[in-house]
Design a binder for this molecule. Structure first.
Ligand code: F6P
Length: 337
């Protein structure tokens, strides 16, 4: 049987499901940028790309050289094609308008160019996360306010994971497909058709070094997980933590589980560590499209109305039964207050 490349899959989506040609082009361009990032990441010390860039991003985090390189690759690949009205990135303070010399399009692209960048220097998995929104009608130069759309309005989302293989996971709103980069041919090839997250699971991912700072419902749930067969959940759980959201979400899409990054008292004024618009929203869209669930402990993430581009959020995502349980624990604790 002939192999289905990303290009062929997208052309078939246009033919059979009416996916607009400029959205198809957008995804192809993002995928091409991800190939270039994959190449840069794989060079490591030989390419002189490891270490800090010597700058901070808008969140006050030290930027790695590869954060900056990946951001540049995505901007340059996407600015000239006429498919975008603007872009926004974790690595830029505000919206990046399409330069005046290039045509403008109907979509807006948000991305975390290199998620999990503390893994770069240890040769661990990292990735690119992206989200596609429609530019509001009649707006030709979108500003930050035009990006502040709840996650349910996303028209596409995906991530590329740079691990032993480079894998691109994509949703256009009707299921999730996975493509593996064939490095000899330079093409993404469909390898994961119709991804489904099992409802039940025995794996969880959370940075337990923060346990003393969590809210009571999170402490309760994790204590129950740790109690295993002898506790109220009646089964043993295994713990995994890749320290890159792409890696943990990818594992969940592959074999189920729950990923948590809750609010904690280290920075009490921030709702969480992860960013809503270019981390939690695209990942929640993918997880829901694969039959899982994603909440901030109290509310479906995709329903949250963002109030700023770099807004943070608590995240509980993965197998439905587990996400429902931890969400119920939060709501019960709130009701008892
Ligand atoms: O973007 C933030 C991020 O790198 C996520 O990919 C990852 O899940 C998390 O931070 C890791 O945080 P910690 O430093 O608590 O392990």
């Amino acid at each position: 049987m002939s192999r289905v490349t990303l290009s062929r899959y997208l052309i078939e989506q246009t033919r059979d499901h009416g996916t607009p040609a400029d959205l198809r082009f957008l995804i192809e361009v993002v995928a091409r940028a991800c190939k270039a990032i994959s190449h840069a990441v794989s060079k490591g010390a030989l390419g002189g790309v490891l270490g800090n860039a010597g700058t901070d991003n808008v969140q006050g985090e030290a930027q790695k050289k590869l954060d900056v390189i990946s951001n540049e690759i995505l901007l340059e690949a996407n600015e000239w094609g006429g498919h975008l009205a603007a872009m926004a990135s974790e690595e830029m303070d505000t919206v990046y308008p399409i330069p005046g010399r290039f045509p403008k399009g109907a979509y807006m692209l948000l991305f975390d160019p290199l998620d999990g960048s503390s893994n770069i220097d240890i040769n661990g998995s990292v990735g690119t996360i992206f989200s596609v929104l429609r530019c509001p009608d009649g707006v030709s130069e979108p500003g930050e306010a035009d990006f502040l759309q709840p996650g349910v309005t996303q028209v596409a989302a995906g991530y590329a994971m740079y691990g032993p293989q480079t894998i691109l996971m994509l949703t256009l709103g009707s299921g999730v497909k996975g493509f593996t980069l064939d490095r000899e041919l330079g093409s993404f090839v469909l390898t994961h058709d119709d991804i489904r997250i099992p409802e039940q699971t025995q794996e969880f991912a959370i940075n337990t070094s923060n346990a003393r700072h969590w809210e009571a419902p999170v402490q309760r749930y994790v204590e129950e997980l740790l109690a295993g067969q002898t506790g109220p959940l009646g089964k043993n759980y295994n713990m995994r933590w890749i320290a890159a959201m792409v890696g943990d979400v990818h594992r969940i899409l592959t074999r189920g589980g729950i990923f948590m990054y809750p609010w904690d008292a280290r920075e009490p004024n921030k709702p969480g560590k992860l960013r809503l618009m270019y981390e939690a929203n695209p990942m929640s869209f993918i997880v829901e499209q694969a039959g899982g669930a994603a909440t901030n402990g109290r509310q479906r993430i995709l329903d949250i109305q963002p109030s700023s581009l770099h807004e943070r959020v608590a995240v509980f995502l993965g197998s439905k039964a587990e996400v429902e349980r931890i969400t119920r624990y939060h709501l019960e604790a709130d009701a008892a207050r």
